[in-house]
Design a protein around this ligand. Structure first.
Ligand code: PMP
Ligand code: GLN
Length: 380
């Protein structure tokens, strides 16, 4: 048969989690926390189910949750989106990314992605009949070279996808990036898709430069977030998209016939959680910073070299002192022979930088999990 996604296999996250399970490795590969969801959120979910919120939610998300998202956005980014016309609740960030791409990108158009890029972008672009144009980030700092992005723009460019804090590197945009991005898009009709799922996991007092803070950018942007990352519940698959009314209207056409609506009980639980416990997202950076610092200190006792982590919950390590294997082979070897699962970076690239010896470790784990991994990594 003629397949639509000939280059696509099973995602590296599934492949490495299966390999980890098979070999009883400590799984620092696929990004998910191994600690509990906050009690009040679990209670809120159970309560919502008991109260009978078990049928279809409104297509765009329950009003209480969209209001709570508007309120949170105002509190954090000093901009209040219109809950009625600018916010849509989705089945995780993944659905939001897919909808945003399909809402505006037509066959034959181009979408610029910055490599390494999260793996769901390109298949969604290809399913739209469009072409992903890959622009590499700096192979060490993962900073964008905005001139190279500018050079990649053609009359067919319909969308640019950005991701800060960045998966897999943790790199974050600074004010200069926002200025360059704003300048770059001015006088074009390019739509910005900003993947901000790690918005609350930022360190060292840095400010997350959400596109929502910046009027000129947000006027042309879909901004995507995920409750899974913020509330330790990646399996609940709830997220949202904020975009101006015109973009949201198109977005909702896709959402409506993709899933129609999302898991109703969790919407009630998150509405209450956002309102009643803002300290959860306000303290998330400090919570993860302690994990980042403890993990990096322990890694210093191994031959893996940790790279700086400005945000997110992934630690990149340079393994060149340990092995000459390419990253895919190294991560398989590490999982099977040394009992620690990691994610190679090459699947995040159209063309991986030659000789790059980096692997991604997830530190969204209990201390005991990280310590078990370190004991094994010390033997490398
Ligand atoms: N974007 C990025 C950068 C991610 O890391 C993830 C989750 N790994 C997603 C999107 C998808 O988020 P969700 O689980 O809410 O669909
Ligand atoms: N976003 C997670 C990661 O980067 C994985 C999500 C998934 O497994 N699809 O590890």
């Amino acid at each position: 048969t003629r397949t639509k996604l000939p280059k696509v296999g099973t995602t590296i996250f599934t492949v490495m989690s299966q390999l980890a399970a098979e070999h009883r490795a400590v799984n620092l590969g696929q990004g998910f926390p191994d600690f509990d969801v906050p009690d009040r959120l679990v209670d809120g979910l159970a309560e919502a189910m008991r109260l009978g919120h078990n049928q279809y939610a409104p297509m765009t998300g329950i009003p209480a949750l969209r209001d709570a998202i508007a309120e949170k956005t105002e509190r954090v980014y000093a901009h209040r989106p219109d809950a009625e016309h600018e916010i849509t609740v989705t089945s995780g960030a993944t659905e939001a990314l897919f909808n945003a791409i399909h809402a505006v990108v037509r066959a034959g158009e181009e979408v610029i992605v910055l490599d390494p890029a999260y793996d769901s972008y390109e298949p969604a672009i290809e399913l739209a009949g469009a072409v992903a144009v890959h622009v590499p980030l700096d192979p060490r700092t993962f900073a964008p070279d905005w001139q190279r992005v500018r050079d990649a723009i053609t009359p067919r460019t319909r969308m640019l996808i950005v991701n800060s804090p960045h998966n897999p590197s943790g790199a974050m945009f600074g004010a200069a990036d926002i200025a360059a991005l704003t300048d770059l898009l001015r006088d074009t009709d390019i739509v910005l898709l900003s993947d901000e799922v790690y918005e609350h996991i930022v360190f060292d007092g840095a400010r997350h430069e959400s596109v929502l803070r910046h009027p000129e950018l947000r006027a042309r942007a879909f901004v995507v977030s995920s409750f899974g990352k913020t509330y330790h519940c990646t399996g609940w698959k709830l997220g949202y998209c904020i975009a101006p009314p015109v973009l949201t209207a198109e977005f909702r056409k896709v959402h409506q016939y993709n899933v129609f609506c999302t898991f109703a009980p969790a919407q009630h639980a998150f509405a209450a959680m956002l309102r009643e416990a803002p300290e959860h997202y306000e303290q998330l950076g400090a919570f993860y910073q302690a994990k980042r610092d403890a993990f990096a200190a322990q890694l210093a006792t191994t031959r893996l070299i940790p790279l700086p982590v400005p945000g997110g919950y992934f630690q990149l390590v340079d393994y060149s002192q340990v092995s000459d294997l390419d990253d895919a082979a190294f991560c398989r070897w590490l999982t099977i022979e040394r009992g620690v699962a990691a994610i190679p970076l090459s699947p995040f690239y159209a063309v991986p930088p030659p000789g790059q010896r980096l692997a991604r470790l997830c530190f969204a784990k209990n201390d005991a999990t990280l310590e078990a991994a370190i004991t094994r990594l010390q033997a490398l």
